[in-house]
Design a binder for this molecule. Sequence first.
Ligand code: ZN
Length: 212
Amino acid sequence: MVGTISLTEHDVLLAVDVQNDFCPGGRLAVPRGDEVVPVINRLCDKFSHIVLTQDWHPAGHLSFASSHPGKSAFEMITAPYGLQVLWPDHCVQDTPGAGFRRDLVAPRAELIVRKGFRREIDSYSAFYENDHVTPTGLTGYLRERGFIRVFVAGLAFDFCVRYSAEDAHRGGFATVVIEDACRGIDVNGSVAATRRALAEIGAQVITAEQIA
Ligand SMILES: [Zn+2]
């Protein structure tokens, strides 16, 4: 079939932030975020190698609007490393909201990358914190494991998926985004901006059924 992708041992699925707080009923719910779970479960059956990320903030995190008196969620602030969107408190370490969705079935996941654990800096990307300088270590891990191609899925399309895909590309990996395994928040045109950014780096954007 035209457009079908065959997986190899050098492919890894990066499932981003499939956590309770990012799904309906959570504190920073991505609209229809829960719909990615069955799609990602099916992808987990196809991939030999799976890495999960987990947003994992201390209380009082800089990205929380509640940490900035007078500010509201979705306003911007200027952090030392640049513009930062303020969010409702979410994915606080060791709270139920920070847990993976119970219906996520990824028992073979080989690594869980926790991010956003430094109070003074946010981390959208699985590879770098929002200063785009501080690494999470994932690039080195994937290189040492011999992975060549990174398939990105999860939440939210226009934030953590976008920046993870951009940094996978920057790290020298062939980068594929599985769009129907993602859902977006869409703050100030961020979904359209994400599509443009992915096109600019030449990331392949596919649907889950294209994977053999
Ligand atoms: Zn966060």
